[in-house]
Design a protein around this ligand. Structure first.
Ligand code: FAD
Length: 320
């Protein structure tokens, strides 16, 4: 029995959350008495493919003919790989790709789907997976009763573990048929060479408390000093102070970095929905009653225009 890990790529590099998916699949496979197999696509860096062995993949299947993220094709590709390998459990990351491909695949395979899993399955009484519900405010235990099971895990929820292993890389071709959709153009979000939000371990985010786009210099400086990505609240992106790809929350990107620093953001439920899975949350706000403080691990009641420059100076002194 194999456990199949769907491995996503960006510009030829395997995404960080995919290593976690492979590590998760390997642990589930070990428990089930099987092996973890990875399926990926496109023109992927060879070193990256081999590195999947360090996270427990015994075999890596790669289809080089699929080059665009077209969910229906990726679902067909994954279904074909699952069939070849006899995989009953297929694991994705709950990211942009996983969110669109996993449900299509589960419908195709008539498999039970658990999206947003935060732990390994408990098999003492059936196959039970813990997942986030109500925008991360609670957990639910989902029992999957189908033979085939599709799980998407929240990035940064279980971590990845290195093992002493190597993976055999094999080209994988499958008849993917015609697609009703064609990708005509892919436009890359302009991150100015910065770290993409979804890949970032550290994130510095700011909101309406900064008063205007001209004041983001100190936020970018803090992010640069820490090696962090920048993010923002929705109103800030809506009025064009910051680009939309930085907007986090219920209607933006959901992230789970190790550190999230929120500056001048009130902490509305819709914002928290996208960031409350962060390992450590630091809030800087003038209002001691700001709801964000309830979700914070560390809080500074203070004016961003005083606190952030002081932080920048302190980090500079520390790094000198
Ligand atoms: P504000 O609520 O105006 O808060 C600004 C904060 O800055 C205040 O707490 C204030 O005390 C503080 N402040 C002011 N001056 C300073 C200073 N000098 N120094 C430090 N702090 C200061 N929002 C999102 O962010 N993401 C979403 O995905 C999202 N989706 C939504 C979906 C729906 C359906 C709806 C209805 C709303 C959604 N929102 C979302 C909007 C959300 O409800 C809030 O309105 C929004 O998050 C508030 O943004 P903010 O905290 O930047 O601004």
């Amino acid at each position: 029995m194999a456990v199949l890990a769907f491995v996503d790529t960006q510009e030829g590099k395997i995404t960080k959350s995919s290593y976690e998916v492979v590590s998760y699949a390997a642990k589930v496979a070990e428990k089930e008495g099987g092996e973890a197999v990875a399926i990926t696509y496109g023109d992927v860096d060879n070193g990256d493919l081999e590195a999947l062995g360090k996270y427990g993949a015994k075999k890596v299947l790669i289809n080089k003919s699929v080059t665009n993220m077209l969910p229906t094709k990726l679902a067909k590709l994954t279904a074909a790989a699952a069939e070849q390998e006899g995989a009953d459990i297929i694991v994705f990351a709950q990211d942009f790709t996983g969110k669109s491909v996993a449900p299509i695949l589960s419908a195709k395979l008539k498999a039970g789907l658990v999206s947003g899993a935060v732990d390994y399955p408990d098999t003492t009484d059936g196959f039970v997976v813990k997942k986030n519900v109500f925008s991360g405010k609670a957990f639910a235990m989902y029992k999957v009763n189908t033979e085939k099971k599709v799980i998407s895990i929240l990035p940064n929820s279980v971590g990845k573990e290195e093992v002493d292993g190597t993976a055999q890389v094999e080209e994988f071709s499958a008849d993917l048929g015609d697609s009703r959709i064609t990708v005509t153009n892919v436009e890359k979000a302009n991150t100015d060479g910065g770290i993409p939000l979804t890949e970032a371990d550290l994130v510095v985010s700011a909101g309406r408390g900064l008063k205007g786009p001209e004041n983001w210099g100190m936020i970018e400086e803090l992010a640069n000093k820490l090696g962090a990505a920048t993010a923002c609240s929705r109103p800030v992106a809506d009025v064009g102070w910051r680009p939309h790809h930085e907007h986090v929350g219920q209607t933006g990107i959901a992230i789970r970095p190790n550190l999230y620093i929120a500056v001048g953001i009130s902490g509305a439920i819709q914002h928290l929905a996208g960031v409350n899975g962060s390992k450590v949350i630091v809030v800087i706000n003038t209002d001691p009653e700001a709801p964000f403080f309830k979700a914070a691990d560390y809080g500074i009641v203070g004016d961003a225009f005083e606190v952030v420059p002081k932080l920048n100076k302190a980090i500079e002194a520390f790094q000198a």
